[in-house]
Design a protein around this ligand. Structure first.
Ligand SMILES: [Fe+2]
Length: 239
């Protein structure tokens, strides 16, 4: 489904297998690329969604992973095998993906399955920029959900879009490498920036408007979000 010119959501709730987190298809200056790529269970449907968006899965050059979890990059080995796509991740999440560590990738913990080891071709660092056809994509290092979590700030036609992965509303567990202090810093960082729209790892295909206020709400809800012992300040979360 089209989100902005040359930017599509191709995986996530209502679009592909229930295991898949959101994934995005973007038209780069040198060819198509993905931000996250879903699970092996969703591989076939995601390819169909890419075709519906007007791209050929065989044209996809590389995958930028928001982090090394199964629901986000679990199918990366299939993309490599079938199309020779390269995979890029922040260095702190590379070992768990290359080793196929089913606990750290959350494959065993949340999905009752195993990760397949996948070679990672390069690192994503803070500030890296990828030129799109009509937009730019910049990496923002936002650890906390995992140590290698990255968000992407997209500038398109005068609008700023945040692709947050699980840095917003992601689960917190030491079993998957979460760190509370770093996550707080990442939320401070994201809320100090301006965005018109945002989207994150587990949401329907949509751009969420009023992003600055909603990201601030997510930041304020963080303390009680991952720890149900505390009462929430908000009756419901406004995605
Ligand atoms: Fe995650």
């Amino acid at each position: 489904m089209k989100l902005l010119h040359n930017i599509f959501q191709v995986a996530g709730p209502g679009l592909s297998h229930g295991f898949d987190a959101t994934a995005y298809l973007l038209k780069g200056m040198g060819g198509w690329f993905l931000i996250d790529c879903g699970t092996p269970e969703g591989f076939g449907q995601i390819k169909e969604n890419i075709k519906k968006a007007g791209a050929d899965p065989a044209q996809i050059k590389f995958i930028l992973g928001t982090h090394g979890h199964y629901d986000h990059v679990g199918a990366a080995h299939l993309w490599r095998q079938e199309y020779g796509c390269q995979l890029f991740l922040h260095e702190r999440d590379i070992p768990q993906v290359e080793e196929g560590d089913s606990q750290m990738t959350s494959a065993a913990l949340l999905y009752g399955t195993k990760s397949v080891p996948c070679k990672v071709d390069g690192k994503i660092n803070e500030g890296n920029i990828w030129q799109g056809d009509g937009f730019t994509t910049q990496a923002v290092y936002t650890p906390g959900h995992t140590m290698g979590s990255v968000s992407f700030a997209i500038e398109a036609g005068g609008y700023r879009l945040l692709i947050a992965g699980d840095a917003i509303w992601g689960g917190y567990s030491h079993k998957i490498g979460s760190d509370e202090a770093l996550w707080r810093e990442s939320l401070d960082k994201l809320t100090s920036m301006h965005f018109d729209f945002y989207t994150f790892g587990h949401v329907n295909a949509q751009l969420i408007a009023d992003a600055d206020r909603r990201l601030k709400e997510a930041q304020m809800a963080f303390a009680n979000y991952y720890n149900p012992w505390f009462k929430t300040f908000f009756e419901e979360y406004h995605y």
